[in-house]
Write a protein that binds this ligand. Structure first.
Ligand code: CA
Ligand code: CA
Length: 205
């Protein structure tokens, strides 16, 4: 009886130690490239700026990539996330300029506190009133952000010269677009008092 039991034990141990075939993992597909700015349309008078930067320069909060790293205004109180989409405008007078962006959801992202996020996540991460609220740390920059992944589709960037807050004078506005840490375009336009204009539109795909 004892001998028969031992024989069964040997058979069980032999089955447990048999090597199992290991399936090779399927090859990973490379990730798709991030979307890029396509089919840009500029309003009359809007100019596209060539790259104006010097590697190693300190970055200023001015809607420009001063240090040539592809990211605009990193280190400023906005633009904390270089992924997704960032649209930044800066201007050179004490005027109160407002940024409006119609995004791929069809809704407009602007300073309205009650509509802080568009259906695709867009919001203004910095608003400003120029000399109307000169106590603001950065009073002549507005910036909009869409978290990653960058929503694809049409974007329309509109500017409004809301109030002069002092002299009513022509104001030069610089606009920049960054998509997933890559500069998609920099533009400039001279906005007249009370003017409202769809300055730049583009497709992200
Ligand atoms: Ca930079
Ligand atoms: Ca800058």
């Amino acid at each position: 009886m004892r001998a028969r039991f031992m024989g069964l034990l040997v058979i069980v141990v032999g089955c447990a130690s048999a090597p199992k075939p290991v399936a090779a993992p399927p090859p990973k597909a490379p990730p798709p490239p991030p979307p890029a700015v396509q089919e840009t349309e500029l309003h009359a008078g809007v100019t596209a700026l060539a790259v104006q930067c010097v590697a190693g320069t300190a970055e200023s909060c001015n809607a420009l990539d001063d240090n040539c790293d592809g990211v605009v205004d990193e280190g400023c109180p906005y633009a904390a996330d270089p992924q997704g989409v960032q649209i930044t405008v800066a201007w050179d007078t004490g005027a109160d300029i407002d940024l409006y962006v119609r995004d791929p959801s069809g809704e407009v992202v602007f300073y309205n506190e009650e509509a802080r996020r568009s259906p695709v996540g867009g919001f203004l991460d910095h608003t400003a009133r120029g000399a109307c609220r000169a106590e603001q740390a950065i009073a002549n920059v507005e910036s909009a952000h869409w978290p990653a992944p960058a929503p694809t589709g049409p974007y329309a960037v509109e500017l409004h010269y809301f109030g002069p807050c002092g002299d009513s004078i022509e104001t030069q506005v610089t606009m920049s677009v960054v998509v997933h840490g890559k500069l998609g375009g920099v533009y400039r336009y001279k906005l007249q008092p009370e003017e409202r204009v769809q300055a730049v539109s583009f497709e992200l795909r």
